[in-house]
Design a protein around this ligand. Structure first.
Ligand code: ZN
Length: 340
């Protein structure tokens, strides 16, 4: 056989052994943290594109023809839901893609069965809240991300049943990484089987530290829970109601938001009321999401000496925040630094 024919045959054989790789599921997500989770759970089986710029306000993204085009080709469209990425509806509508319409297998609201905080009453709805289905910023609590990852793994398996075991294993590996990042490998080893679940339950019931003390395990605590112990009870003000899940998980105490109503910039009398509160309560830190104007925060900081910490909220908002784990570590580190 001539060399060129041999190469040709070799290529044919390679192509024949590739079909599994060719058939990657085409997934589109609204936000970048969702893209990251899909990649962890879907591994080599998925091709994921996120629509929003991670530096943008996730409530208000303007759909573009390019986004519609990307969605047109998608097999699975994943949104955060809870009215955060409401703009996704326009993209799905304009995509002309029947597979990804709500109610179909190709459409997933990732936050399904996540325990939602701040469910509105009739009164607050009448005031024009932009969180009409409760607070949608659920991903800043790693326990919620485990629920989201399980929802995604479940849907990938439904769409691609032949690889159910693959998704299950990738989900388990991601959960193990999140558990290690949350509690530290040493403590997980010491607690043993189902350590992540047991410790998460204790943390949710606000009894983790007592439980560890009673078993002489506090010294083994690592990860975010260990680092964040210094933040326990720390009083902060934030611009928007972005951090309710984060602060509940890591023990900070949000005393107020600069916004009186989510989505509405604070009027002067609101700023002055926050100035008084910060002075009265000795609050030292104001968290300001990168996509909101920091005028109000700077005004209040100028009158009180509080520090303004500008924060990113999505994976990929800065080059070094290319994983979810790094995003949470960064938020904790920024607040610790401001408190130092
Ligand atoms: Zn919001």
């Amino acid at each position: 056989m001539k060399l060129s024919i041999r190469i040709f045959v070799a290529c044919l054989l390679m192509v024949q052994s590739l079909p599994a790789q060719e058939k990657k599921l085409r997934v589109v997500t609204t936000l970048n943290y969702l893209k990251y989770v899909v990649e962890q759970v879907g591994g080599e089986r998925v091709n994921v594109t996120a629509l929003a710029n991670p530096k943008q306000d996730p409530h208000y993204v303007t759909p573009t023809p390019r986004m519609n085009q990307i969605a047109n080709d998608a097999e699975l469209f994943i949104e955060n839901g809870l009215n955060l990425d409401l703009w996704a509806k326009n993209v799905v509508d304009a995509s002309g893609n029947p597979r990804i319409q709500p109610g179909n297998l190709g459409h997933l609201v990732a936050t399904l069965s996540v325990p939602v905080k701040e469910l509105p009453t009739e009164v607050s709805r009448a005031w024009g809240d932009i969180h009409p289905q409760g607070n949608p910023h659920v991903w800043l609590d790693p326990f919620n991300v485990k629920i989201i990852a399980a929802n995604i793994a479940d849907r990938l398996a439904k769409m691609d049943p032949a690889n159910t075991e693959y998704y299950r294993q990738h989900l388990a590996a991601f959960e193990a990484r999140l558990d290690a990042a949350t509690f530290g490998e040493e403590l997980l080893q010491a607690v043993g089987k189902k350590a992540g679940d047991i410790l998460a339950r204790k943390a949710k019931n606000q009894e983790l530290i007592e439980w560890l003390k009673a078993r002489n395990l506090l010294a083994q605590l690592g990860g975010w829970m260990q680092t964040a112990q210094r933040l326990n009870g720390l009083k902060i003000v934030s611009y928007h109601k972005t951090y309710v899940y984060f602060t509940d998980r890591f023990g900070l105490d949000i005393r107020s938001e600069l916004e009186e109503k989510p989505g509405i910039p604070p009027p002067p009398q609101r700023r002055d009321a926050i100035v008084e509160q910060i002075k009265r309560e000795g609050i030292k830190i104001i968290l300001n999401d990168n996509f909101y104007s920091r005028d109000a925060a700077d005004y209040v900081a100028g009158k009180t000496g509080a520090k303004v910490v500008v924060t990113y909220l999505d994976v990929g908002a800065a080059p070094e925040l290319d994983t979810y784990e790094k995003l949470i570590s960064y938020l904790i580190a920024e607040i610790l630094q401001a408190d130092a």
